[in-house]
Structure formats: structure tokens, C-alpha cells
Design a protein around this ligand. Structure first.
Ligand code: UD1
Ligand code: CA
Length: 516
């Protein structure tokens, strides 16, 4: 198929009310695969490399028009007036395009999210190759209810389209089109037109029909009557022409889009998807070769995953970048960067601004935010790390809290390279732990710790002899103490009495108390 034939313009109709959605949000702005319906339509149109994309808007214009401009800044916004119907919508778009436009103009819908650029280019090529005035994209449906029907003459050429409601009326009134309801070839609503034919024909379209609207479909019979060639191009893949009219269809189309995305990732990118039924991947996500997506994984937004990584089970990654060979298990992440060969999870919560260096670790029940964690550094268990820079190779003990908020403002904490923070410490920001320093377990640190120092900030241990015998006499504990003391000759040892964390006389202090 010659992909070189690009249309002169593509018109995307997006002015409808979409009342069947039963929503406060306009239909065009509902999302599947992480993108709005109208964004899917716009990107399919723009990727034909046409010079002009025009979008007709009316319902919720104040929300739809800015969104269209955000998705495709070059799109021409055309406002539809109070005259209703697809024909009027196309006419308003034509008026917004250059008056001297020539060649092929395509018309598509903003609510048909699975239509591909390839199909639009194919339609353009068929249309131009046959020298048609109009080419309508059609499909054969078992149940054509609701769709416009393509009716043909005895010579089998396309004579026109009759809307479902008008076909109902024709059945009662009799005549040539009395059997139109039985036709199973339907109008997809996607067409290629010669732009001059479209302009001239629309000028002749009236609102004389069951819905009192200006139908774009009437252009076919008018163009034919004016001597133009009107033909059809049939599509097998009927998902591509299915529109979203209600929330049931939204879910159905979302599921099919997901299936197509996963197929593409497996076939083209070489990803391994263990369970496609429970894996959800947005349209823009990239996944590298031999990366495994385990069950119940959601990859959302602008997420990108390198090669040879393992993601899941039970992960939600949004706008997250994951390096080659990393492993992310049972995690929820957003706006985070996970370096190559790093490990995350199980049960980790990475909030915006988390960066984990190569080979680093964020482990179980750890929450991070604005945390720049260096290569090979480990935050393995039960930690809150907010507003922190952690140097390479540092080890943060279990239960460490980076207390970043003083009730008024957030403050930053710095932990130097290869430093150790003892378990159950609280680092009260702002605070700096220099390179190669230790913090003793259970410390509350609010001052700088220099390179090579250990900081211990906790009450000293005090042992009281005979306390159990005096205060818990007659208990099993007292009996156990008595037996143990008897075995060592009735006295506590020197060791029991001198447990000491004073760093000035440590032989091998237990002060660091880190976890691994
Ligand atoms: C239309 C076709 C029908 C076809 C069907 C395929 C007409 C008259 N009928 O019917 O033959 O089988 O699509 O799905 O064209 N829109 C506007 N302005 C309007 C009305 C609609 O921009 O005044 C837009 C809508 O936002 C939507 C598209 O046009 O994107 C289709 O409108 P819709 O009302 O769904 O058309 P159907 O009645 O389904
Ligand atoms: Ca529709």
C-alpha cells in the first residue's frame, strides 16, 4: 500500500453532546489507554502527515478546545453553530480550512479511538487510486441496528446512505428503500472526499429528515447525482470503526485497546506478559525486550521500562522510568526513576521525585518522596524517606524516619556516601550526615554528623539488680530469674552491668544497629 499518499486535510468531528455517556465530562474527554478519546482520534489523523487537522467543537467547548490544542497544537479549532448534524459539523470545519484547498479531505470522529493511521492512509490511497469523488469506509455487521445503511443500485454501485431512523420511517411508508433496515453494510462515518465535491454537496444538504439535522451522509447521493464516482472501502477489523456512545462501550473499547497494546509490546518490543487479562498498559508506555510483566500490573502515563526487567506482580507504575534489569514487585510509584538493576518492593510506595540509582534498593513498607537515592544505596525496610539525598552505598536501617516537616515547612536531609543509619532512628531535618558516618540505632538526630563520626542520641541503658525479685515476686519470671542467677552463682556478671554505648571507650559498640 502506498503510504506516500497523504490527505490534504483531516476533519475530526467532536461537537456532539454525547448525552448517552450520562456524565458531567464531555464524551471526547473520557479516557482509554491513558488518552482521551479525542486525543486518540487526533493522533491517528495527525500521523497521516496531513498538512491540516481541523476539529469541530461545540459541546463543552471551554474544555474540549484547550485539550485539543494541548494534544495537537497545530490543530485548527472550528466552532459549530446551532445547526445540528454531522454535515453541518463538516461544513464548519471546511470553513476554517484554507479556501483554496484541493485534493482529498478525510472525515473522522472524535469518539472512535481504535481507528489507525494505516486505515486512513489506505482509505486515501483507494480513494485517489480509483479517482473517486467520495469513498465511504464501510463494514458488514451482524447487527447493524442504529447505523446508517449503505444502499446500492442494481449495478451494485453505492447510491447513498440512509440513517437508521429514516430507514424505520421508510419501512412504514414503503417505496424503494422499504427494505433498508435489512441491509447489513453500515456506514462507519469515516470518509474520503474530494474537497471541492464536499463543499459543493454540503451546500445542497437540507435538514429534511427524521432528526431535523444536516446529515453528512446525504453528500453521497448528491455527489452521485452531480456525476461524481461514489464508492466504498470495506474494513474487516470492525473495532476500528466502533464509536463510544456510553460507559459500557468505553470499558469495552478500553479493554480492546489494552489487548492491542499488549500484543504490540509482545510482538514488536519482545516483552513477556504473563497474564494479559490482568495487565493494563497505557498507549504511550514502552517496554524493553525480555522484560516480564507479571499479573496485576498497571503501567500508566509516560512510563518506560528498560530491557530484562521484572515488573509485578501487583504493581501500579505511573509516569515512571525503570532501567534495564531492575525488579519492581508489589509497588505503587508515580513520577519516579528506578535505575538499572535496582530493586523495589515488595510493598513500596514511591511518590513523585523519587530517584533510585543503579543497583539501589527500596524495600518493604518504605515510602519515599523527593528522595534522591544513590547507586547501590539501600533503604530496605519500614522507612519514610522524604526530602532527602542519600549518597551512594549508604545503608538506611529498618524503621528510619526522615522527619521532613516541622508543621510549617519542609526541610531537606543529606546522608553521605557509604554512611550507616542505625535502625529506628529519626533524622530531624534539616540535617546533614556526612560521608562515611554512622548514626546509632534508636537515635533522634538533629545536628550535623561529621565524616567518620558515630552519633548516638538516645538515653543510656540502666540495669537495676533484683528488680524482678522485689516487684514481681511469685511470678514465673521471678522463678526463671532465680534459676538463672543460681546457675551463675547468685550474681549478675560484669557484662550485664556495664552495657555502655559511649563511643569514646567502645571496643565494638553495638551503636550502629543497622539492618541489611
Ligand atoms: C453517524 C452517521 C451514521 C453512521 C454512524 C457511525 C450521520 C448523519 N450518521 O450517526 O450513518 O452509521 O455515524 O457511527 O452522519 N457530531 C458533531 N456535530 C453534530 C453531530 C455530531 O460534531 O452536530 C460528531 C459527534 O461528536 C461524533 C460524530 O459526529 O463524533 C458522530 O455523531 P453521532 O451523533 O454519534 O452520529 P450517529 O447518529 O451515530
Ligand atoms: Ca455515534
Amino acid at each position: 500500500m502506498s503510504a506516500s499518499r497523504r490527505p490534504a486535510a483531516v476533519i475530526v468531528l467532536a461537537a456532539g453532546d454525547g448525552t448517552r455517556m450520562k456524565s458531567d465530562l464531555n464524551k471526547m474527554l473520557h479516557r482509554i489507554g491513558g488518552r482521551t478519546l479525542v486525543a486518540h482520534a487526533l493522533l491517528a489523523a495527525a500521523r497521516t502527515e496531513t498538512a491540516h487537522v481541523a476539529v469541530t467543537v461545540r459541546a463543552q467547548r471551554d474544555r474540549v478546545a484547550p485539550h485539543v490544542s494541548e494534544v495537537w497544537p497545530d490543530a485548527v479549532i472550528a466552532d459549530q453553530d446551532e445547526v445540528k448534524g454531522t454535515g453541518r459539523a463538516a461544513e464548519c470545519a471546511l470553513d476554517a480550512l484554507p479556501a483554496d484547498l484541493t485534493g482529498t479531505v478525510l472525515v473522522t470522529y472524535g469518539d472512535t479511538p481504535l481507528l489507525t493511521t494505516e486505515t486512513l492512509l489506505e482509505l486515501t490511497a483507494v480513494h485517489e487510486g480509483a479517482g473517486n469523488a467520495v469513498t465511504v469506509l464501510t463494514a458488514h455487521l451482524e447487527d447493524p441496528t442504529g447505523y446508517g445503511r449503505v444502499y446500492r443500485g442494481h449495478d451494485d454501485t453505492v447510491h447513498g446512505i440512509i440513517e437508521h431512523k429514516d430507514a424505520l420511517q421508510a419501512r412504514h411508508e414503503g417505496g424503494d428503500l422499504a427494505h433498508a433496515l435489512d441491509i447489513t453494510e453500515i456506514n462507519s462515518g469515516i470518509y474520503a472526499f474530494d474537497v471541492e465535491v464536499l463543499r459543493a454537496s454540503l451546500a445542497k444538504v437540507t435538514t429534511d429528515n427524521a432528526q431535523g439535522e444536516k446529515y453528512l451522509t446525504d453528500v453521497l447521493a448528491i455527489a452521485r447525482a452531480d456525476g461524481g464516482r461514489v464508492d466504498s472501502h470495506s474494513i474487516e477489523d470492525i473495532w476500528q470503526i466502533e464509536g463510544v456512545n456510553d460507559k459500557v462501550q468505553l470499558a469495552r473499547m478500553g479493554k480492546e485497546l489494552n489487548r492491542r497494546t499488549l500484543d504490540r509490546l509482545m510482538r514488536e518490543s519482545g516483552a513477556i506478559v504473563t497474564d494479559p487479562d490482568t495487565t493494563w498498559v497505557d498507549a504511550e508506555v514502552t517496554v524493553g525486550r525480555d522484560t516480564v510483566l507479571e499479573p496485576n500490573t498497571q503501567l500508566l502515563g509516560a512510563t518506560s521500562i528498560g530491557a530484562g526487567a521484572i515488573i509485578g506482580p501487583d504493581c501500579t507504575l505511573k509516569d515512571t522510568e525503570v532501567g534495564d534489569g531492575a525488579s519492581v514487585v508489589r509497588a505503587h510509584t508515580e513520577l519516579a526513576v528506578i535505575g538499572p538493576k535496582a530493586t523495589v518492593g515488595p510493598y513500596s510506595y514511591l511518590r513523585p521525585g523519587t530517584t533510585l540509582g543503579e543497583g539501589g534498593k527500596i524495600g518493604g513498607f518504605v515510602e519515599t518522596k523527593n528522595a534522591d537515592i544513590g547507586a547501590g544505596a539501600k533503604v530496605p525496610h519500614l522507612t519514610y524517606a522524604g526530602d532527602v539525598t542519600i549518597g551512594e552505598g549508604a545503608n538506611i536501617g529498618a524503621g528510619t524516619i526522615f522527619a521532613n516537616y516541622d508543621g510549617v515547612a519542609k526541610h531537606h536531609t543529606q546522608v553521605g556516601a557509604h554512611s550507616f543509619i542505625g535502625s529506628n532512628s529519626v533524622l530531624v531535618a534539616p540535617v546533614t550526615i556526612n560521608d562515611g558516618a554512622y548514626v546509632g540505632a534508636g537515635s533522634a538526630i538533629d545536628g550535623t554528623v561529621g565524616p567518620g563520626q558515630i552519633a548516638v542520641a538516645r538515653a543510656r541503658q540502666r540495669n537495676v539488680d533484683g528488680w524482678v525479685a522485689r516487684r514481681r515476686a511469685g511470678t514465673r519470671t521471678a522463678a526463671a530469674a532465680e534459676a538463672a542467677l543460681a546457675a551463675r552463682g547468685g550474681e549478675n556478671t560484669q557484662d550485664d552491668n556495664t552495657h555502655d554505648t559511649d563511643s569514646t571507650h567502645d571496643t565494638d559498640t553495638k551503636g550502629e544497629g543497622a539492618t541489611a
